[in-house]
Design a protein around this ligand. Structure first.
Ligand SMILES: [Mn+2]
Length: 258
């Protein structure tokens, strides 16, 4: 990405939801393409947390939630994507996505999984080599459910907090202005950057993303949470042997590690 790239987006300010550009193939049982962004109003009765890559380690995530006394009736948990592959419980993503307090965006592993689950794998990418062998052990009905559920995940989530809006995007964001994601010029290359790029991290680019209180990424597995400008990297390898999940409180922007 070129983080300084900054196409005008003023005409689109205030638009809350943008339809996907239609690159994704139509799927059975899905009337509409997934939303690019989904926005959540502030949680006035509880806490909001973001969690980094889960990679099929939902039992370990449960333990991390117990450590912060997570309340399913009051609190909300937002995943920055890469819920599947590598770990032992990838198919459990179907149950987790049914939980009313759990919300997720698309990571590159969701893209690899739903494309292969629907018989249309990404060209030149070996999903199995990326931890996707589990998919071959799922029956046909489960693969169909996975394809539908993962393809429907939005590219970004916006969460309102008392201090301003917090955005979640899996890997990277190729603009200095958050409103670019709502602009007509936000294209397939930009979407790919959101799922795969590591440029902001590689450049240690500290320019903040305007019109957003904070932006939260996973994708880069780091020994501890990292902040560059107002961009927070929170994948601390909870899915790895000996790794820990970071739960970022979206109101205080303080990380809890467990
Ligand atoms: Mn990733």
């Amino acid at each position: 990405m070129a983080p300084a790239k900054n196409r005008p987006a003023s005409a689109t300010a205030g638009i809350m939801e943008t339809m996907h550009d239609g690159r994704l193939e139509p799927r059975e049982g899905k009337a509409a393409a997934p939303l690019r962004t989904v926005r959540f109003p502030a949680n006035r009765g509880g806490r909001d947390f973001a969690v980094g890559d889960i990679h099929g380690c939902f039992d370990k995530l449960e333990i991390a939630l117990q450590a912060i006394r997570f309340s399913p009736s009051r609190d909300r948990l937002f995943s920055v994507g890469d819920l599947v592959d590598r770990g032992p419980q990838s198919a459990a993503v179907l149950d987790w996505l049914q939980r009313p307090w759990f919300h997720a965006i698309r990571g590159n592993h969701e893209l690899m999984t739903w494309r292969r689950a629907s018989g249309n794998p990404l060209p030149d990418i070996d999903h199995v080599a990326h931890g996707g062998a589990w998919l071959d052990h799922c029956d046909e009905a489960t693969r169909a459910r996975l394809a539908a559920a993962l393809a429907a995940l939005p590219l970004a989530i916006e969460v309102d907090t008392a201090e301003g809006m917090v955005g979640l995007v899996h890997a990277d964001f190729p603009y200095d202005d958050w409103q670019a994601i709502h602009a007509p010029g936000f294209d397939a290359d930009d979407e790919a950057a959101c799922l795969w790029s590591v440029e902001r991290f590689r450049l240690r680019y500290t320019q903040p993303v305007r019109n957003l209180r904070a932006l939260v990424h996973g994708h880069m597995t780091l020994p501890r949470p990292l902040q560059l400008g107002n961009v927070h990297y929170i994948d601390t390898g909870g899915w790895r042997e000996g790794g820990r999940f970071t739960l970022l409180d979206l109101h205080t922007l303080k990380p809890h590690r467990s």
